[in-house]
Design a binder for this molecule. Structure first.
Ligand SMILES: Cc1cc2nc3c(=O)[nH]c(=O)nc-3n(C[C@H](O)[C@H](O)[C@H](O)COP(=O)(O)OP(=O)(O)OC[C@H]3O[C@@H](n4cnc5c(N)ncnc54)[C@H](O)[C@@H]3O)c2cc1C
Length: 452
């Protein structure tokens, strides 16, 4: 039809939207519309006072994330492993214990219990079809309880339940009582296993990118033909039918044959749709809140903890910082400690005095690595719940009953609108890899519709 300005309008220039644009821009008239002044979405680069850069959004790549590694190679982004040598620490009240491997050193009954919980969880996760979690014979049973309820039934010791909860917090940036068991199992299965999601070497925290994973997003954006990406353009309204869409921003209206929404559900819901969204689509998105996380990085003259044979990795069942990593960039002299404030702690600290938050986080690092941690040369944190165009992370999650009542609508297009974003992935849901997989699927759908 003559009045179409574009074949495809893609909303959101995170990894998913950027990849969909890369896949379609060679063959079709594509516009990628981004609300922020930058590409990358949940990938964000911070520059310290000395010029060093660090990812304040997502940062890791790991085995099984083949699309992400291929993309990094295609854009010349060099990969390096996270520092993973030396002893890890687990805080047990005031006591610190050193350990090696993924499972912390704990009293034997707690360790056995934790092992039993992990094996049971992995055993159930293995049986999930990530394209159709609702079709599992036990889907109803597993979807009607939370991960916390399952932990209370399965875990016999307080210590094992507390450690399992730390793992859940680290993977979901949420509390175990917010997540349906079925969603927890699906999520773990979509990335391979819970152990893989928790691991450094051999797992989802294995590798980082020189120039940052946000730097790779910038390279993806720069690879697009001129006129494809547009920034500072929040989409406020989408008029849709089976025949086309009109995507409206304060600057203009794009009239396209297809649209791809590459947004987290909470952001998609802020757009006004006309006609109104189909009921199940709206109900599903409204029941997909995101977790909460403040990512915190302290910069030191050198990674001093390594002198004590420490890996810089630590876990605690309480406190502000429950998970810490040595985030030092390979080849740099300065040392970085990374801590995540997650779930209820993130919600508590969000909006509070930034200086107090910083001091609380540094005290959290000092609990693990000693008083030197209180004196960084620089510090940065990013509260993702406060970000207007993200509002929570690492990804949207599902509470009880959502997968089984509405899950089959997750990837379904409505009219000429296709949905992408990591929250629609069946592989690596919640991760960059999932964003890329979702982009491929949505781009294929749009391509088929345009050619049909
Ligand atoms: C602190 C943190 C740590 C993480 N760690 C990792 C990790 O180590 N490894 C990993 O694989 N994943 C990690 N993740 C998750 C990863 O960042 C996401 O899975 C991924 O970025 C999702 O990409 P996306 O394109 O689906 O969504 P997004 O990146 O959220 O992109 C959506 C885009 O839409 C834009 N937008 C929103 N509303 C509008 C609108 N109305 N109009 C136009 N544009 C709009 C947004 O500005 C954004 O650019 C982490 C995330 C966070 C926040």
């Amino acid at each position: 039809m003559a009045d179409f300005t574009h074949d495809v309008v893609i909303v959101g220039a995170g990894y998913s939207g950027l990849r969909a644009a890369q896949l379609l821009a060679g063959d079709f008239r594509v516009r990628l519309v981004e609300a922020r002044a930058r590409p990358g979405g949940r990938a964000l680069l911070h520059r310290f006072g000395n010029g060093d850069e660090v990812d304040l959004g997502g940062q890791w790549a790991g085995p099984g994330q083949d699309r992400l590694y291929a993309l990094a190679a295609a854009h010349g982004a060099a990969v390096y492993p996270l520092w993973d040598e030396g002893d890890r620490l687990v805080a047990d009240g005031d006591r610190l214990r050193r350990y090696r491997g993924t499972i912390p050193k704990l009293p034997l009954p707690v360790l056995l219990d934790l092992h039993g919980m992990m094996s049971a969880f992995e055993g159930m996760a293995k049986t999930i079809d990530t394209l159709r979690p609702w079709a599992h014979p036990k889907a109803q049973e597993w979807d009607h309880i939370t991960v916390a309820e399952w932990m209370a039934r399965k875990g016999r010791t307080r210590g094992a339940r507390a450690m399992f909860a730390v793992g859940i917090g680290a993977v979901f940036a949420a509390e175990a009582h917010e997540i349906s068991l079925l969603h927890g199992l699906f999520y773990a299965r979509s990335g391979g296993s819970l152990d893989r999601l928790l691991s450094v070497s051999g797992g989802a925290q294995q590798d980082r990118l020189h120039g940052g994973i946000a730097g790779l997003a910038q390279k993806m954006a720069a690879s697009l033909p001129e006129g494809v990406p547009g920034y500072d353009e929040p989409v406020s309204r989408i008029e849709w039918s089976d025949d086309g869409v009109t995507v409206k921003t304060a600057k203009t209206a794009y009239r396209a044959r297809r649209a791809i929404l590459a947004l987290p559900p909470g952001q998609a819901l802020r757009i006004a749709f006309s006609p109104a969204l189909p009921g199940p689509r709206d109900a599903l998105w409204r029941r997909m809140p995101a977790g909460a996380c403040i990512k915190c990085v302290a910069q030191y003259q050198r990674p001093f903890w390594r002198d004590q044979g420490l890996a810089g990795q630590a876990v605690a069942g309480d406190g502000v910082v429950r998970v810490a990593f040595d985030n030092t960039e390979a080849g740099k002299d300065t040392g970085l400690l990374l801590g995540f404030v997650e779930g209820d702690q993130a919600r508590y600290w969000s909006g509070r005095d930034p200086e107090k938050r910083k001091q609380a986080v540094l005290a959290g690092f000092a609990r693990f690595f000693g008083p030197q941690a209180l004196e960084p040369m620089d510090y940065a944190d990013q509260d993702w719940t406060a970000e207007e165009f993200t509002r929570g992370c690492y990804a949207a999650l599902m509470g009880p009953g959502v997968w089984t009542s509405l899950g089959q609508h997750l990837r379904a297009p409505f009219g000429a609108v296709h949905v992408a974003g990591t929250e629609t992935a069946s592989e690596w849901y919640g991760y960059f890899e999932g964003a890329l997989q979702a982009a491929e699927r949505a781009a294929d759908e749009a391509r088929a519709a345009l050619k049909g």
